[in-house]
Design a protein. Structure first.
Length: 169
């Protein structure tokens, strides 16, 4: 039995990028809901490869990339800023579908020119992504985020501009 997932986003306009606390709270709620109804979803942690140290310019770039990602995903999906990047909660999305979505996001973001300094004509951004699936990779917000972070770090260590997910074969 599958329950509607609209209750995860009450009062949140489509395309809005959530703060970390709200995103984590909604992730925990979705994990509980998906457990109860034997549902599934994917969690992706995204990091722009060109994001430098945690300074004002890096934060601004992160906000711009997160806003663009929110434009490219379904209105039922959830995007939030996290301390280590951008979280994307793809509701009722299997791992194989999540891979297609994240590869499309990488391609779409790669086609956008992000403005930097005033004299800058814009620069292209590549993304590293760590993807996990509920319930295969974990049942709680903490375990899912931990595994997604590990996969994101693996993507970055492998040179960036790639998606890393678990081998569920």
């Amino acid at each position: 039995m599958t329950a509607p997932n609209s209750e995860i986003r009450p009062g949140i306009p489509p395309g809005e990028v959530l703060d970390e606390e709200t995103f984590r709270r909604l992730l925990a709620l979705e994990a509980n809901r998906a457990t109860r109804y034997r549902d599934f979803f994917a969690l992706c942690l995204v990091q722009p490869d060109q994001a430098g140290p945690k300074d004002e310019t890096g934060e601004m770039l992160g906000r711009r990339v997160a806003s663009k990602i929110a434009e490219f995903v379904r209105s039922s999906d959830v995007v939030g800023r996290l301390g280590d990047g951008i979280g994307v909660l793809l509701l009722q999305t299997a791992s194989s579908d999540a891979l297609r979505v994240t590869e499309r996001l990488r391609s779409e973001i790669g086609n956008v020119r992000f403005q930097g300094e005033a004299a800058d004509t814009g620069r292209k951004i590549t993304l590293s992504v760590g993807e996990v699936s509920f319930p295969v990779d974990g049942h709680s917000e903490v375990s899912l985020l931990s595994r997604a972070r590990a996969r994101l770090q693996e993507a970055v260590r492998s040179g960036g501009n790639r998606v890393v997910q678990a081998d569920h074969s």
